[in-house]
Write a protein that binds this ligand. Structure first.
Ligand code: SAH
Ligand code: SF4
Ligand code: F3S
Length: 514
């Protein structure tokens, strides 16, 4: 179906539904729908057009669709990054407005959505395993709607594999058409055919989708969508479209709203938040300006992720250095310590530039933690090139690092390269890297022994429900004994024990939050 046909279909549905607006009963609208088959295209997703991005404030679920979920339950399983977590909150918001209830038990669910991640092959394997498991459930409960969405849906190979091997999937939709969920779900409930609607070109920004936030005192705030960096190994620019920033006033209003509702911590989200504002044609407003504005809002903690070293401007360091509600933690993915590898990765900075930036950050924000992401085993990476990564990690003394073995993603330039590094060598490099990373994390944590730090209490510790866990301003995990009434509050904890991945402490006092 082309764009015009799709718009025509939307118009037909809208007319039909508005004629029947008074009814909130679930009805069979299937006769009005042309079954959607709009599969993804990576080559379309790669293109970057100059078209304007429009911002919509008029999202509405037609009244007639609001009753569709009555008596039915949904479950959304989320894989991947915070962006996906946040998208799932939007989907949950839409489904709740349609009358569905949320459940965490898959046996109770009438709709199961898998919000997927395509970043590495093992992420995709997990999802295909789950799709396989759902086949049995679907046999016992043919009325169950199984949907696949998120980044994997944007890949042609994934959609083809589902079409060929997993006909029990009822619905596939992508990252750009989440706002179409009411129609798509209705379609899926009443149709026997698989519905595939994946837009490969990003759409406009939809501001007012309903949202069911998971956190009661910690919230995600999207500041931009998409990525234009095209690192040669990465699928994200294909699955998330071009960089599109939200209007500053919309972001600020959302943060104010969260502050009014008692939120203690927000995390500003984007694939590359430092590029914030660069696509807004009528303003010079950048991330540093946005942070400076958010600094004055009564919210205790502000974080952001992820930063790309390329766009990291001095103004940004300066605004974080002002302290207050700006947290002293910077996640700055480096990927490799070797300049040739950085070049073929298309990272657009050198090892020396990265080191200089990190030095600036540490000079201006002395207590900041610096964390990173690293890929080992990029095609044809030599032992010497890998050694450069090891020496960079030692030199930077990262407080923590997420480390990955390179995974070829179909459609990316790196996937087309021949690769002479055996998988066993890649795995061995990962192990060697992890030894260094873990030792440095441990040393960083040991330095905190005896310090009294501010912690936001997040909940019970995963390992022991009698113990509470929270995070320091620098994003370090702390476990301590306390009462459940502390959850959601800022307290002071003295660090008594340090391990590689967490700290233990004793509560000193509760901080007065203004
Ligand atoms: N936008 C963020 C990263 C998002 S993906 C940034 O640029 O910093 C998170 C991490 O996954 C990346 O930093 C990278 O280290 C890793 N990653 C991305 N693609 C990968 C691939 N094909 N194989 C292995 N790791 C990958
Ligand atoms: Fe991927 Fe690079 Fe964009 Fe990060 S900046 S999402 S690694 S292409
Ligand atoms: Fe995965 Fe998509 Fe996020 S590929 S890491 S869920 S942007």
């Amino acid at each position: 179906m082309n764009e015009e046909q799709r718009k025509q279909q939307e118009r037909t549905v809208e007319e039909t539904l508005s004629a029947d607006k008074k009814s909130s009963q679930a009805k069979d609208y299937s006769q009005y729908f042309q079954m959607t088959y709009q599969p993804p295209s990576l080559s379309t997703a790669k293109k970057r057009g100059k078209e304007d991005v429009f911002v919509h404030y008029d999202f509405e679920i037609p009244d007639a669709m609001k009753g569709i979920g009555k008596g039915k339950k949904f479950l959304i399983r989320t894989y991947g990054c915070q962006m996906n977590e946040h998208d799932s909150e939007n989907m949950a918001g839409i489904l709740l407005e349609m009358g569905f209830e949320s459940t965490s038990h898959q046996d109770d669910a009438d709709v199961i959505l898998l919000n997927t991640c395509a970043i590495r092959e093992n992420a995709e394997n997990k999802v295909f395993g789950e799709i396989g498991n759902l086949k049995v459930m679907k046999r016992d409960n043919p009325g169950l709607v199984v949907g696949v969405c998120g980044c994997m849906s944007q890949e042609e190979s994934v959609v083809n594999r589902i079409l060929q091997k997993h006909p029990h999937v009822d619905l596939i939709f992508g990252t750009h058409n989440i706002h179409r969920l009411p129609e798509l779900i209705q379609n899926a409930l009443f149709s026997k055919e698989m519905i595939v609607e994946v837009w490969s070109k990003e759409g406009d920004i939809i501001e007012n989708m309903p949202r069911a936030r998971k956190g009661q005192f910690q919230g995600w705030v999207n500041i931009m969508y998409g990525c234009d960096k095209f690192c040669t190994y990465c699928i994200v620019p294909f699955t998330r479209g071009k960089e599109r920033s939200r209007r500053p006033e919309d972001v600020i209003e959302e943060v104010r709203h969260l502050a009014r509702n008692g939120y203690q911590e927000i995390t500003l989200l984007g694939q590359n938040v430092n590029a914030y504002g660069k696509d807004l044609v009528d303003t010079e407003y950048r991330l540093a300006d946005l942070l400076d504005a958010i600094r004055t809002i009564g919210i205790s903690r502000v974080r952001f992720t992820t930063s790309h070293p390329w766009d990291f401007e001095d103004e940004l360091i300066d605004v974080i250095a002002k302290g207050g509600n700006m947290m002293e933690h910077i996640h700055l993915p480096v990927q490799s310590g070797n300049n040739e590898v950085l070049k073929i990765m298309n990272r657009k900075y050198t090892r020396e530039e990265y080191v200089e930036l990190a030095k600036q950050i540490r000079y201006k924000i002395p207590h900041a933690t610096l964390t990173t992401d690293i890929i080992v085993g990029y095609p044809n990476e030599t032992e010497e090139q890998f050694q450069d990564t090891l020496t960079l990690v030692e030199e930077m003394a990262f407080d923590a690092a997420y480390t990955y073995v390179y995974s070829a993603r179909e459609g990316t330039p790196a996937a087309a390269m021949e690769d002479n590094v055996p998988q066993t060598v890649k795995k061995e490099r990962l192990q060697r890297l992890n030894e260094v990373v873990n030792r440095l994390s441990n040393e960083s944590n040991q330095r905190m022994l005896g310090q009294v730090v501010e912690v936001l209490v997040e909940g019970e510790s995963k390992k022991n429900p009698d113990v509470l866990m929270g995070r320091t301003r620098t994003n370090k995990l702390v476990n301590f004994t306390g009462s459940a009434s502390m959850i959601g509050k800022l307290i002071h904890v003295e660090i008594t024990d340090a391990k590689s991945w967490s700290l233990n402490g004793t509560v000193v006092q509760q901080v007065e939050v203004t």
